[in-house]
Design a protein around this ligand. Structure first.
Ligand code: AMP
Ligand code: ZN
Length: 473
């Protein structure tokens, strides 16, 4: 099976090949913890989780790292050399708290939401403040190699030292200069150079390092250093939301390639922004929703997971409460697959091999969709179409049993469908088994006891030449 992935670096969809056979190293940009992440953020995180799930379905061992940004992400972050306030510190002032209380509090909420959304645990969730030494080391190395320079206690990356700068985003150095979106900073050799290390005595979270007394890292160097520390110099996949393409990932590529002498990641993958009510989420419209907001409206977190994964990650999707209602009923139908399959599995008589083509269509359609750059709409349609033949009783017991096993694996990837057999059915099947075994052993008392237990559950048994058939009264 070929898994095609779209690479922002090449703008092409190409077959996925890992550096090490059977192993994938993946780094996902995580949240900046200055507020509870909103549902848009979760679109990006769930995309990363879905990707991991699909790689595991394909048999890879996935070493996944998702960071937590707890320092250095400044407010004016649409330019490479960001300015403004540290987002965490600005929030600390608003809430009259210590910055670390802010990051601890919002990290806890983030982890709570991730658990509620059924996100798999990565190998590590590094916090930027825990990797200051590694960042400093990388910055020193960049200076040594002539890719960065110090001005007083600040350190800048020299973009002219990396001719490939701009390859990911298409923002060439010359265009950036001409665009004049860059603030004039006399210290810098080139206006497009960006800070690797900043000094500011007024900054609350600061470290004494070789660069001076009151420094803190630039946001971009954080991810370069954490990825290197936890996954090594070469990784397979790096993900984020579309706004990370520039400047964040463009700068990461430059720093890592220059410091390590090798290309950081083979594939760069980006999720498109979620829209809410057909537009950008905004505080003034009051539609910057969080996971608890969705739960407060009577939805389960898995409904949100479905809503955020229902569209292909590179297409625009919208969130509204009306869409959530549709999701609720679509999910009821998907949940019913396991119930219908469980019935079909237990049914006696008929051709156990019937309907194999329906299972093949569901499995092939699902796999073809997922292999096409995680095209979830195609994959989901294949699952949804499997319901009809089940309602029509067109699937035999052997096929149903196999389908249940496969549905479990597909459901594991998606993470929002109920795929276990209904408990009651499992119990009924077990009692029928017991009764059959007792009858075979001529233990009539035990056989009657099993039948009585079934009758007490409202189950009617009928002994037919093909075996026992049961139905609810
Ligand atoms: P931040 O907390 O701002 O560092 O963002 C965390 C992640 O969420 C980044 O990868 C962003 O690209 C992503 N993100 C932010 N807003 C949205 C959105 N509306 N839809 C999808 N991803 C988003
Ligand atoms: Zn990052």
């Amino acid at each position: 099976m070929t898994f095609l992935v779209h690479n922002t670096l090449t703008k092409e969809k190409t077959p996925f090949r890992s550096i090490e056979e059977g192993v994938v190293r993946m780094y996902n940009c995580g949240p900046t913890v200055y507020g509870r992440p909103h549902i848009g953020n979760y679109r990006s995180f769930l995309f990363a989780d879905l990707l991991r799930g699909w790689l595991e379905y394909l048999g890879y061992t996935v070493h996944q790292v998702m960071n937590i940004t707890d320092v250095g992400h400044l407010t004016d972050d649409d330019v490479a050399d960001a300015g403004g306030d540290d987002k965490v510190e600005a929030q600390a002032r608003r809430e009259k708290k210590d910055p670390r209380e802010i990051t601890e509090g919002y990290t806890a909420m983030f982890l709570e939401d991730m658990a509620a959304l059924g996100v798999r645990e990565p190998k590590a969730r590094p916090r930027a403040t825990e990797y200051i030494d590694e960042m400093v080391e990388m910055v020193e190395r960049l200076i040594e190699l002539g890719h960065a320079y110090r001005v007083g206690d600040n350190v800048y990356f020299d973009v002219t030292s990396f001719p490939e700068y701009g390859r990911l985003s298409g923002n060439r150095i010359d265009d950036l200069e001409a665009g004049k979106r860059i603030e004039v900073n006399e210290e810098k050799r080139h206006p497009a150079d960006f800070a690797l290390w900043k000094s500011d005595p007024a900054h609350l979270m600061k470290w004494r390092t070789v660069f001076g007394e009151h420094g803190f890292p630039g946001w971009h160097i954080e991810c370069s250093a954490m990825a290197k520390a936890l996954l090594g110099d070469r990784i397979d996949i790096h993900t984020g939301g579309e706004d990370n393409v520039f400047p964040h990932h463009e700068c990461e590529i430059a720093q890592s390639a220059c410091a390590n002498g090798v290309e950081m990641a083979t594939y760069w993958m980006h999720a498109k922004f979620l829209q809410v009510d057909g537009g950008k989420m905004s505080k003034s419209l009051g539609n910057v929703y969080t996971v608890p907001d969705v739960v407060a409206r009577g939805f389960e977190p898995r409904h949100l997971r479905f809503a955020l994964l229902r569209g292909h990650y590179r297409t625009q999707i919208n969130f509204t409460w009306a869409i959530m209602e549709e999701i609720r009923s679509r999910l009821e139908n998907l949940d019913e697959l396991a119930v219908l399959l469980s019935r079909a599995k237990g049914a006696e008589g008929g051709d156990p091999e019937a309907g194999r083509e329906h299972l093949a269509a569901a499995r092939d359609g699902f796999e073809a969709g997922m292999n096409d750059d995680l095209n979830t709409p195609v994959a989901l349609a294949a699952l949804e179409q499997f319901r009809r033949p089940l309602l029509d009783g067109a699937v035999g017991s052997a096929v149903a049993s196999e389908a249940l096993e496969w549905l479990g694996r597909a459901g594991e990837v998606l993470g929002f469908i109920e795929t276990s057999e209904p408990e009651a059915d499992v119990e009924i099947e077990a009692l029928i088994e017991q009764r059959n075994a007792a009858k075979a052993a001529k233990d009539w008392a035990a056989a009657d006891a099993a039948r009585d237990a079934l009758v007490a559950m409202g189950i009617e048994l009928q002994d037919t030449p093909d075996g026992v058939v049961w139905r609810r009264r």
